[in-house]
Write a protein that binds this ligand. Structure first.
Ligand code: BEZ
Ligand code: FE
Length: 302
C-alpha cells in the first residue's frame, strides 16, 4: 500500500516558519550600523508576518516580483514609478506623518509628488507663476510666521501647480516653464502672487501602478491642489498643498494627501470684480488666503 502524506500538525508548521524568521533576523546580528540593523530586522519581521498571514503562494510572489520589475523598467529621470507606488499605498503619507509630528499650530505637511523642479524662476511679490499655463486666474496671498506668531521675513516660497488640463509643465514636450516659481516674503512675512485656480488631474496611470489601481477598482485622480514648499533658517522646511473646499475628490485623493486643515475657500469672483493689484482680468477669477506657520527646526519626535 502506498504511503499517504499527511499535512504536518499546525504547531509544527508554525514552529518551522518561526525558526526561519529568527534565523534571518539573527543574520543581521553583526551589522555594525545600529540603525541599519533596526531597519532590516524590522522589515524582515513585517515581511515574514505578511507572507505568513496571507499564506502567500509562490505564483503570487512571482507576480509581485514581475510587478516590481515592470516598475523598474518604466522608471527613468522623468518618471518614478516606485514613488507613485509608495504614494498610492499611503506609505509616502505615513512617512510624512511620522517625520513631521504635529507642533502647536504649525501648518501640516503633505506629499511632495514627482513634479517639483528646483531653480524655478523667481517672481516679485504679486507676480504671476502661470506663464503659458492655461486656467482661471487665482490670487493667492497670506503670511509666513513661526508658531509664536512672529512674522518670518525672507522666507522662500516655492509654488507649483498643474494647468487647466491637469498637466504640469514637465509633462509638456517643449520644455516650457509654466505654473511654477519661487518668491520671498516681505519684512512683515507677507506674500502674494497670481496663479491659476487648481483643477483635478490623474497621477500618471499608464504604467504598472495605473494597472494596479484599475485592478483594485481605484481612481488615479488627485483632488485639486496647489503645491508649496516653504523654508526659513531655524525652521522645519514645510512641503504641503492647499486643497479646494467643495471639490468632490477631497474624500478620495489617490495618494491620501488631503488633510482637513489644508482645505481652503477659493472664492469665485464675477467678471469685472476689481482685482487686489488692479490687474485687468477679463473673465471670472478666484482668490484664496493661506497663512503658513512653520515649526521650529528642533521639533523632537514623539
Ligand atoms: C502631485 O501632486 O503632483 C502628485 C503627487 C503624488 C503622485 C503623483 C502626483
Ligand atoms: Fe500635484
Amino acid at each position: 500500500m502506498p504511503a499517504t502524506r499527511t499535512a504536518e500538525p499546525a504547531d509544527r508548521q508554525h514552529a518551522r516558519e518561526q525558526e526561519l524568521l529568527e534565523r534571518v533576523v539573527r543574520s543581521f546580528d553583526s551589522c555594525a550600523d545600529v540603525r541599519l540593523r533596526e531597519l532590516l530586522t524590522g522589515l524582515v519581521r513585517h515581511l515574514h508576518a505578511f507572507v505568513r498571514e496571507v499564506r502567500l503562494t509562490e505564483q503570487e510572489w512571482a507576480a509581485a516580483v514581475e510587478f516590481l520589475t515592470r516598475c523598474g523598467e518604466i522608471t527613468d529621470d522623468r518618471r518614478q514609478e516606485f514613488i507613485l507606488l509608495s504614494d498610492v499605498l499611503g506609505a509616502s503619507m505615513q512617512t510624512i506623518t511620522v517625520a513631521n509630528p504635529a507642533c502647536g499650530n504649525a501648518t501640516e505637511a503633505t506629499v511632495f509628488g514627482p513634479f517639483f523642479v528646483a531653480d524655478a524662476p523667481r517672481i516679485p511679490l504679486g507676480g504671476d507663476i502661470a506663464g503659458p499655463a492655461t486656467g482661471e486666474p487665482c490670487w493667492v496671498e497670506g503670511t509666513v510666521t513661526g508658531t509664536d506668531g512672529a512674522p518670518l521675513a525672507d522666507a522662500r516660497i516655492e509654488v507649483w501647480e498643474a494647468d487647466a488640463d491637469g498637466r504640469y509643465d514637465v509633462q509638456y514636450d517643449d520644455g516650457r516653464t509654466a505654473g511654477r516659481a519661487h518668491l520671498y516674503t516681505d519684512e512683515h512675512g507677507r506674500y502674494r502672487f497670481w496663479g491659476v485656480t487648481p483643477t483635478p488631474y490623474p497621477i500618471p496611470h499608464d504604467g504598472p501602478v495605473g494597472r494596479l489601481l484599475e485592478a483594485a477598482g481605484r481612481s488615479p485622480m488627485r483632488a485639486s491642489h496647489l503645491h508649496f514648499m516653504v523654508s526659513h533658517a531655524g525652521h522645519r522646511t514645510l512641503v504641503t498643498h492647499i486643497f479646494v473646499r467643495g471639490d468632490e475628490l477631497l474624500g478620495q485623493d489617490s495618494v491620501f494627501g488631503v488633510r482637513e486643515s489644508l482645505i481652503r475657500d477659493f472664492a469665485q469672483q464675477e467678471p469685472g470684480t476689481p482685482t487686489p493689484d488692479g490687474r485687468p482680468v477679463e473673465g471670472t477669477w478666484s482668490r484664496v488666503r493661506f497663512d503658513i506657520v512653520l515649526a521650529p527646526a528642533e521639533t523632537r519626535r514623539p
